[in-house]
Ligand binder design. Structure first.
Ligand code: F6R
Length: 609
């Protein structure tokens, strides 16, 4: 997803912007560019297809000196990745430059209008209409031109704008696409995400939709869409830049897999009071309001959706409320039944996923209460929701989600327990027992991580396979779905998850001699059934790798290889059974020579539909 960085201050803007863009690489991109206001007749710029290092090398030969500028990493939506389609985009005489994150839905009609008026377009992007509109409306006042321009735009956009006639100014806008402002000592930053500016400041403004930022004469002003001045609250970021770096691991993904014991602890323990009662401070639902809930939906995308599948199971089992789970991109167009008695739980690591945001807006417009589980403080999802549960997993940089997923599972267990207490569907003994068991998960995950070399050697045997399968029943099927997503997205091995009982209804036809089949077997009441399924696939030539509780000695007699994991309550096993599957995906990607943290065609944060 595109990343924006902008700077106004006393430093060399090029250095600040390139450094900031490098911290946004995790978002995924295919080209990068920069524009610097050098107090000359035109804005100086450079833009290059490919990795940021290509732009950096170019700038070493041709530095762009100046103290005001904007930069961008682009993830192509309109027009292929190319130098020309990269941002910034400039007006014809090179006096105004724009960077944009998001999509302008009505750009075709605007483009036709501008062409009819004599404007010529260089790129295939939707963004270029913005800079020509700015040119059209600019009459000496940059901020006025920006306001007039954005009135014409439909869609999602975060913008950074500089212009030659305004050598110490920067204007930025946020509408449906993330943008923050960093506040330094007589210097200001704009960025799509916090890591881009953490080296320089911890003080930030989180912008709301429709807000326009005007940096000028060493001061900053923020206005709403009606040009009223807004008094923004300064927030202090309390996580360390170290937390956003690899801390000695080869890849962010491995670091984040190893962050899990801490992330589980942080998400749980900070919410237990001295009597070990869960305190969900940002969830203000009373017992009465909960009693009044007629329908619960869990809506999310990708891994967050897979967490929702476990969440449904936990809420139904503990709080005895029926729950439906849906994919956000389906939910938003399915005319779902929603009224004032609906509770919508959305799950989003980034808090910026376009489909998830649209689903929650739809539900809110029909009167539903929205509870968000997110990892990013101040994210759009968090700000739109009525109630928020922050997973305290720390920043997740690798595209493949790992620690955010396990923290989301902890969040669901805690929400389910909180609901169960309020609805008196759980005894205090069972409640205390489960809290103890959730607490012990952190240590059990650490034990699984100690066995990583055994998992690596299993992966070496199967790394060249064309396809692989995950099987499970009940909660193990939920793990299988998340495991299959992880393996396919970073190893590019075609992987599917099947409910083991469905095999004989068609999918068993896919099993050939040597096909790796991972079987997740952690649910006591379903273990025998799984053993039968293992025998079925083995009889067709599958190479079976079981992931099973350490007490299940039968499994190793039927499987070709077994990854044993520690025991916990069956309800909590998805947290433990997922960890080896993350390592399987990590090592498969590594062994196949892929870019583990940045798999092809994927972006960390999907802020367009
Ligand atoms: C897969 C993965 C994605 C995300 C999905 C939703 O490893 O990370 O499937 O889970 O794009 O993202 P968030 O949680 O940010 O809404």
């Amino acid at each position: 997803m595109c990343g924006i960085v902008g700077y106004v201050g006393k430093r060399n803007a090029e250095d600040v912007i390139i450094e900031g863009l490098s911290k946004l690489e995790y978002r995924g991109y295919d080209s990068a560019g920069i524009a610097i206001n050098q107090n000359k007749d035109t804005i100086a710029y450079a833009k290059k297809k490919g990795r940021l290092s290509i732009l950096e090398n170019f700038l070493k030969e041709m530095p762009l000196l100046g103290q005001v500028g904007i930069g961008h990493t682009r993830w192509a939506t309109h027009g292929e990745p190319s130098d020309c389609n990269s941002h910034p985009h400039l007006n014809e005489n090179g006096t105004i430059a724009v960077v944009h994150n998001g999509i302008i839905e009505n750009y075709m009609e605007i483009k036709e209008m501008l062409i009819a008026e004599g404007y010529t377009f260089k790129s295939e992007t939707d963004t270029e209409v913005i800079v020509h509109l700015l040119d059209k409306y600019y009459k000496g006042d940059l901020i006025e031109a920006v306001y007039t321009t954005i009135k014409q735009l439909r869609g999602a956009y975060a913008l950074g704008v500089v212009a030659v006639n305004h050598p110490d100014e920067l204007v930025a806008v946020r509408k449906e696409s993330p943008l923050i402002v960093g506040l330094g000592d007589e210097e200001f930053f704009i960025a799509s995400d916090v890591p881009a500016i953490l080296k320089y400041t911890r003080k930030v403004y989180f912008l709301e939709n429709g807000e326009v930022v005007h940096i000028k004469d060493h001061t900053i002003k923020v206005y709403d869409e009606n040009k009223n001045k807004v008094d923004k609250e300064v927030k202090t970021i309390d996580w360390d830049i170290e937390a956003a770096s690899k801390s000695g691991y080869d890849y962010f993904m491995l670091k984040e897999i190893y962050d899990q014991p801490q992330a589980i602890k942080d998400t749980l323990l900070r919410r237990l009071d001295k009597n070990r009662i869960i305190r969900l401070d940002d969830i203000r639902m009373t017992k009465e309001q909960l009693e009044d809930v007629g329908k619960v939906y869990i809506v999310a995308c990708g891994t967050a959706y897979n967490a929702g599948l476990v969440g449904k199971y936990a809420i139904e089992k503990l709080a005895q409320i029926p729950v439906e789970v849906d994919i956000a991109s389906e939910f938003r167009y399915s005319d779902p039944f929603i009224d004032e008695k609906t509770l919508l739980i959305v799950v989003s690591q980034s808090g910026e996923t376009a489909d998830t945001l649209a689903a929650m807006k739809l539900a809110k417009s029909k009167g539903a209460r929205v509870l968000a589980i997110t990892n990013v403080v101040g994210s759009s999802v968090a700000r739109e929701a009525t109630d928020v549960f922050y997973t305290w997993a720390g920043p997740e940089i690798a595209v493949a989600s790992t620690k955010a997923y396990t923290a989301q599972l902890v969040a669901f267990y805690m929400i389910a327990l909180d609901f169960a207490l309020k609805r008196t569907t759980i005894s205090s003994d069972k409640y205390n027992e489960l809290i103890d068991k959730i607490e012990s998960l952190s240590e059990l995950v650490a034990q699984i991580l100690d066995g990583k070399e055994a998992i690596r050697s299993i992966v070496k045997d199967i790394k060249d396979t064309k396809s692989a399968f995950y099987l499970g029943r009940g909660l193990d099927y939920m793990t299988a779905q998340e495991a299959a997503l992880k393996l396919k997205e970073i190893s590019y091995i075609y992987t599917e998850a099947f409910a083991a009982g469905e095999l004989k209804h068609g999918t068993i036809a896919l099993i050939e001699k040597g096909t790796p089949v991972f079987c997740v077997v952690t649910q006591d009441n379903l273990a025998e059934k799984m053993i039968s399924n293992i025998k079925e696939v083995k009889a067709r030539g599958a190479f079976v790798i079981a992931i099973a509780k350490s007490s299940n000695l039968e499994i190793s007699k039927v499987a070709d290889d077994t990854i044993y994991i520690p025991e916990a309550d069956d309800l909590l096993m998805p947290i433990l059974s997922t960890v080896p599957t993350q390592l399987v995906a990590y090592y498969a990607s590594l062994e196949r020579g892929n870019d583990v943290d940045k798999p092809r065609n994927l972006a960390k944060s999907v802020t367009v539909e």
